[in-house]
Design a protein around this ligand. Structure first.
Ligand code: FDP
Ligand code: ZN
Length: 291
């Protein structure tokens, strides 16, 4: 059975969403195949002032080209592009082509994160309007995790197919992944970490958001936080990183919050909008936000 048929058996998604996931999967297989052979030297800078590595641009190019071939695509928003690319279809795809590129040299797992909307007017909407979200992880295996907002499936690529299994709800106090650890000088941050660790969580942080959050999903629970320093701009991107991962988290009966609201209830005001984030098992998120 091909990937499109399998996804339509497992999840309640319309044909356009399935077409978009299938197209991204073919691009990810191509990208993963080339991954090790590309040089990683620095090239240019993106709109967030971050250095774009050769692999960031390669991933952006492979996915963008694959989406441009689809009639349903009307807007392609990438973390690596200053402006979205418009096309003639009705669907938008927002993505982080290569999340965690700063840990490539250490040979840690990186990934690509995607979010799909059935409109091209994203500004003024909330990410709750996502039709589906999914991500790939490039590690010892190529993984694809998908949600339709009802269930979550994750699958390893065996060279021919993705072997999917359903992801379990977030019920365990497994791991804590604290981003922006330099805030350790901040007493509130330290207190929060101590409070959460009293509940038996082990520290696991690689520095690649998608892999760190996937760790919570594979271990059925825990907490990922990426707080913001006073007076500084938050780092993580709403459309390309936090919104797609928040949809998966909420589908697993977890919570994804920022200081203002649920991540999925934030109003989209800018394609490159950023936010603080605290996501994972609901009671742990509550504890973090309150302590
Ligand atoms: P990177 O800069 O390597 O792209 O996407 C931003 C990100 O990585 C996330 O993957 C990661 O969680 C975070 O930045 C790491 O930065 P902090 O340790 O400062 O949170
Ligand atoms: Zn990223």
């Amino acid at each position: 059975m091909n990937l499109q048929d399998r996804i339509s058996d497992l999840l309640q998604l319309d044909n356009h969403c399935i077409e978009i996931i299938n197209s991204a999967a073919n691009a990810a297989i191509e990208f993963y195949g080339d991954y090790c052979t590309h040089l990683h030297e620095n090239t240019t800078e993106n709109v967030h002032g971050e250095t774009q590595k050769r692999l960031d641009l390669q991933a952006d190019d492979v996915f963008t080209k694959s989406f441009l071939k689809l009639d349903c695509i009307g807007l392609i928003c990438s973390e690596e592009q200053d402006q979205p690319i418009s096309a003639n279809g009705e669907y938008s795809v927002c993505f982080d082509p290569l999340d965690g590129s700063s840990v490539i040299e250490a040979n840690f797992a990186t990934g690509s994160v995607f979010s799909v909307y059935s409109t091209t007017s994203l500004i003024g909407l909330t990410p709750r309007a996502q039709k589906c979200s999914f991500y790939f992880i490039y590690g010892p295996n190529l993984l694809l995790t998908i949600t339709d907002g009802v269930k979550v499936y994750t699958g390893k690529f065996n060279g021919f197919d993705f072997e999917f299994k359903q992801v379990q709800k977030l019920t365990k106090n497994a791991v804590l992944a604290p981003g922006n650890f330099k805030l350790i000088s901040n007493a509130t941050f330290v207190k929060k970490i101590q409070e959460v660790c009293k509940h038996g969580l082990a520290l696991r942080y690689s520095g690649a958001l998608v892999s760190d959050v996937h760790m919570l999903f594979t271990r059925a629970g825990g907490l990922f936080v990426r707080p913001v320093e006073n007076g500084k701009k938050p780092k993580l991107r709403l459309l390309y990183e936090c919104a797609p991962l928040a949809l998966i988290t909420e589908t697993l009966e977890g919570s994804a919050k920022c200081l203002e609201s649920n991540i999925l209830d934030l109003t989209i005001t800018d394609y490159h909008q950023t936010t603080d984030v605290c996501l994972g098992k609901t009671d742990l998120v509550k504890l973090w936000m309150q302590s």
